[in-house]
Design a protein around this ligand. Sequence first.
Ligand code: HEM
Length: 493
Amino acid sequence: MLSSLLVVPITILAVVIIISKIIINGGVGLGVGVGGRHHENLPPGSFGWPIIGETLSLLRAGWDGTPERFIRERVERHGGGGGRSSGVFKTSLLGDSMVVFCGVAGNKFLFGNENKAVAVWWPKSVEKLFGTSLLTARGEEAKWMRKMLHSFLNPDAFSRLYINTMDSVTHTHISAHWQGKEEVKVYQTVKLYTFELACRLFMSLEDPQHIKKLGSQFNIFLKGVIQLPFNVPGTRFHSAVRAAAAIRKDLLAITRQRRVALQQRTASPSQDLLSHLLVSCDESGRSLTESEIVNNILTLLFAGHDTSSVSITLLMKTLAEMPQVYDKILQEHMDIAASKGAEELLQWDDIQKMRYSWNVVCEVMRLTPPITGAFREALVDFTYAGYTIPKGWKLYWTPFSTNKDPNYFSNPTEFDASRFEGAGPTPFSYVPFGGGPRMCLGKEFARLEILIFLHNVVKRFKWNLLIPDEKFEYDPMPTPVKGLPISLQPHKV
Ligand code: HEM
């Protein structure tokens, strides 16, 4: 019965993939390197079904809320009958021959070989939607763009310039969307928060109507980012292309107004990301063009929106489930609040005191990494663990290959925030933010946004889950199917 139900979707998926591969790459090929060369000594593994490969198994594991199952089953199956676990297997996903690198050694190899043997790679839909931006740039260009964006996203800039703003935006958000409410859907409400915060810190946008309009376009855009790139009416990708055009038009207008305001000295060069990007240049005097600025703001909105929202949602769930962890966190934040005046905003020193809270966040992200992995492309033929990896093949790393490995985390399924005390986990075993030269550029931003939100929410409320066993589906990030509704109980004063 199940297999007959699957025939139609599999056939549709296969046809869609074949057509897309023909349109995009001029063909499909399995076990064949770039230029049609056949390779021997490939890593163990299976290409699965013709054309669709093992895409459905991966999707099914995500729908079941257990994406790690796809990795675990294959590592066990292809680990080598002689007991040798290669930590690498081949598969075929979305029509591409792909090698999945597992374990600490696999992560270390991919993160350590950027721009040498491998380079960042994204599906075609991403390239088409983002244009020239950090996300799609490689080599020297990527290094340069990271440097330009880092002038805004580094801890020093935050400690001096932005923590107060983050705290006051969070305060306003909680008063508007949490205070006085008996029930809140955490996921949807937190998405609003992270978007408001980004609009304020990136572009000083404050008008709720403007943010709402931009936010609704942005949500359409997000749904089309990882899709087959058919720009045909009715597809998610087509809607995303249209939404991206509308967002770009808006961002470009904001950028041009700001340039004028900077010239007239009615805006400050350090007031937000946009000002930073407009005034920054490298040693040779090169600065980002207007369209590069717009594309990179879009990139940061994309990279930082669902990731942070999902992390906060998972944190809220964990704290509702573990009263002893909630109590310890509450104590930490009440101590910080007691050391300040009632109206005084958070400072850098206060954030440094939130050690236990950050360890809890790290443990939440270890157990459920918000991002299931990222891609690379082999720049040359190379050998890894004794196998040939052909040039042009796509490569994949995932935090799920190490996050619950008992070799690195004792009692791996148990929640234990103390793992992050002292030196913390073995290098390359805990990688929710990736690693190496393409490691998440917004890690510090995310840390502050999560901790400042936590401070403001925990100080005011305790909460209960209204659907205790609510399912999380990977779409592609772990998302509560009903939005994680909670009941709020304000603290008695
Ligand atoms: C908890 C929240 C977050 C998580 C778990 C996360 C995780 C990641 C991961 C796994 C990558 C891919 C690294 C790779 O390709 O190897 C990444 C890239 C990136 N992230 Fe984050 N991220 C988060 C929040 C943010 C925020 C808030 C921003 C921006 C304000 C941001 C900006 C970026 C950028 C720009 C990249 C691309 C870097 C590059 O390609 O050089 N992220 N992130």
